[in-house]
Design a protein around this ligand. Structure first.
Ligand code: ADE
Length: 226
């Protein structure tokens, strides 16, 4: 899978892309992630990519031309399945959306900034608008990082133990059961549930499901209604 991220602050994402599962997935050839500095596509002598909004509103708006030039240059190289724009008024990001995106071949993620982007870009070039939550970030870079992380980690092979990605919270619509590791007894904090030490696979599976249901009912009842 290939992800092209367009941003005015690509350096914000450089470190993140080198680390952990996303970094390893790239080294293993499972994901190819490219950063593009939007300013490289400006024809302005000061590399400007924004301007004042018509109508006298507050804030700055990202202009059509640099974004159009950048996306067009990418589209000349290959077909893109989705051109995503990160914005607080987009569709709420969730696990099923990450699963769907992870099946695609090539996607572009355009990081929003300032007051927004010229509406004509949204109408002519963007195919999907995603919000990572009901709060406003300074820019779309962190949202792009969240989307990239959630999508890349579920590409088959990205996580060593594939079972572990499948048992994530939300993957089956439930929160995960609690987990424990050695030592079985620590201070006087109470022990690991006996069933986990029993080696009885069916009982452990039943315990895990019961815990997942109990935690979901208590912490996220909205998930059960879905
Ligand atoms: N840009 C600013 N806030 C955002 C959000 N909540 N989701 C996606 N992009 C954003």
């Amino acid at each position: 899978m290939r992800i092209d991220i367009i941003s005015v602050l690509p350096q914000m994402l450089e470190g993140f892309l080198q680390e952990s599962i996303v970094g390893r997935a790239q080294k293993a050839g499972l994901a190819e992630i490219h950063l593009h500095n939007l300013r490289d596509y400006s024809t302005n002598r000061w590399r400007r990519v924004d301007d004042y909004p018509f109508g006298g509103f507050a804030g700055m708006v990202m202009q059509c031309e640099p974004i159009d030039r950048c996306i067009s240059a990418l589209k000349e190289q290959r077909h893109y399945d989705e051109v995503i724009f990160t914005t607080p008024d987009g569709e709420q990001f969730c696990q099923p959306m990450a699963n769907q995106l992870s099946l695609l071949e090539n996607i572009i993620i355009l990081c929003g900034h300032y007051k927004g982007i010229d509406q004509r870009i949204r109408e002519h070039l963007i195919t999907k608008e995603i919000s990572v939550g009901d709060y406003v970030l300074t820019g779309g870079e962190l949202a792009a990082a969240i989307i990239t992380d959630a999508v890349v980690r579920i590409i088959p092979g990205a996580i060593g133990d594939e079972q572990s990605a499948l048992s994530d919270s939300f993957q089956d619509g439930l929160l995960s059961a609690p987990v424990y590791t050695r030592p079985a007894v620590y201070k006087d904090w109470g022990g690991v549930p006996d069933v986990l030490l029993s080696g009885h696979e069916a009982n452990i599976k039943a315990w895990e499901l019961e815990q997942a249901l109990e935690r979901t009912k208590r912490l996220r009842p909205d998930l059960l209604k879905k």
